[in-house]
Design a protein around this ligand. Structure first.
Ligand code: CUA
Length: 189
């Protein structure tokens, strides 16, 4: 058949175009289609049964607003020592928000601000946003991962179910200091 041959769609092409599919071909088409349907069904199923998709509140924000909101969160709930001096950990405010409160965690090159002190079994809404570019919130050693995107305030409804000292590792490459971008969450009984 020449490449210049014209087909109108009314005239059948020549060759073995209309030979019925082989048994093996049909089998593979069936397997592939069945698997497609399984994966298709898994998407909604996983959302409700999988337990890994967070349901949260999402909103738009900007760097200045989110920074201001984080500052307010810090001044509202920063821990004080016996002398009334604000508590810090390696230069970062240690903040202990009351159960049920809105918690703000700000990502920027290359830090997580502030250090959070949460209560086990209490409910919080954890707001994540970035002041500059994409960062990744990865709670270590728990397998929890979220994108932290500038311009968006991602409010996760969380209930810490394990006490301990956790690290927030940035898992989205964000420049030269990416590997040192580590934050801290302390969960108390
Ligand atoms: Cu922030 Cu990598």
């Amino acid at each position: 058949m020449s490449v210049h041959e014209f087909h109108s769609g009314v005239v059948s092409p020549t060759g073995n175009w209309w030979v019925p599919a082989d048994k093996k071909e049909k089998l593979w088409v069936t397997i592939a289609f069945t698997w497609c349907m399984v994966l298709f069904a898994m998407m909604p199923l996983w959302h409700f049964k999988g337990g890994q998709n967070p349901t949260g509140v999402r909103g738009k924000t900007n760097a200045a607003d989110f920074k201001a909101r984080t500052d307010r969160f810090i001044s509202d709930y920063q821990l004080k020592d016996a002398k009334g001096k604000p508590v810090e950990d390696a230069g970062f405010a240690v903040v202990a928000p009351p159960p049920g409160s809105e918690v703000y965690l700000e990502a920027s090159q290359w830090q997580w601000r502030p250090v959070l002190k949460l209560k086990k079994g209490a409910n919080y809404t954890l707001h994540l946003s970035s002041l500059d570019l994409n960062h990744g919130f990865s709670l270590y050693p728990v397998n929890l991962n979220f994108q932290v995107v500038p311009g968006y305030d991602y409010g996760l409804r969380i209930t810490p179910n394990k006490s301990g000292d956790f690290r927030i590792v940035c898992n989205e490459f964000c420049g030269i200091g990416h590997h040192v971008m580590v934050g801290k969450v302390i969960v108390e009984d």
